[in-house]
Design a protein around this ligand. Structure first.
Ligand SMILES: [Zn+2]
Length: 242
């Protein structure tokens, strides 16, 4: 007799920055095991594997088009319906009491679904450049910004690429132009009068963020340490500093 097939849990969630509803599915046992092993063994391709997995669990959007905040929310919500958003973390208190490390072990249950979304979204912001020309800006894609965030000193070209990725459309008089090539838009951006650059800088700086802040309080000496998850991987592997 064939064994019964169980359907995975699914849920429709709203991605606040892209402002769309998407359907997500829980991980299977095998997927969950694979990704947790990848995490626990410090696999260098963890982030790529995680994103590939997120893609197979999401319907209704091209995941490659999402910005950092929506990506984090997508990951946390998939972990949440897979019942793996709560993690048991263990810390060792490093505070010195009377010249000796306190060394108390602190166990903590952290639910990463308790994240905060900070800042107002201005996705698809219109900016008038001169009386005939305006631009429509969208937040940079995660896949563009993530590799740059990892660098200690991003190059000028890296930063320009982030701004160029924000250009959704250029309006010239009555025309809306979106069919530009990467080369065309790069040249257009590089030739812009310098006075317009601040629009891009401010737009990216004020991008809404998703964060998870938590305190680890030592029950013995009362020492408090503050942790903050801001990047995608921070949410999957919260700091477990000894
Ligand atoms: Zn302590």
């Amino acid at each position: 007799m064939p064994l019964p097939k169980l359907l995975p849990l699914s849920k429709t969630i709203h991605l606040p920055i892209a402002n769309i509803d998407v359907k997500i599915y829980a991980f299977t046992v095998k997927e969950e095991k694979t990704i947790l092993i990848s995490r626990d063994f410090g696999d260098l391709s963890l982030e790529e594997n995680l994103i590939e997995l997120i893609k197979t669990k999401t319907e209704g959007v091209n995941v490659d088009d999402l910005c950092m905040s929506d990506m984090i929310i997508l990951l946390v919500e998939i972990l949440s319906i897979s019942k793996t958003s709560t993690q048991d973390l263990s810390y060792r208190c490093t505070n010195e009491v009377e010249g000796k490390p306190c060394n108390t072990k602190i166990d903590l249950k952290l639910d990463i679904a308790n994240y905060d979304v900070n800042g107002e979204s201005e996705n698809h912001k219109m900016i008038q450049l001169d009386e005939n020309t305006s631009i429509e800006l969208v937040y940079p894609k995660y896949k563009v910004i993530a590799p740059i965030r990892k660098k200690d000193t991003p190059t000028e070209e890296d930063i320009s690429n982030v701004y160029i990725d924000c250009i959704y459309a250029i309006y010239s008089g009555e025309d809306m132009i979106t069919d530009f090539t990467k080369e065309e838009i790069t040249e257009w951006f590089n030739d812009l009068p310098g006075e317009y650059l601040h629009h891009f800088v401010e737009f990216v700086q004020n991008m809404p963020t998703v964060t998870l802040s938590y305190d680890v309080v030592c029950p013995k000496c009362g020492n408090t340490r503050h942790f903050e998850a801001v990047n995608l991987l921070d949410f999957f592997t919260p700091a477990t500093a000894e």
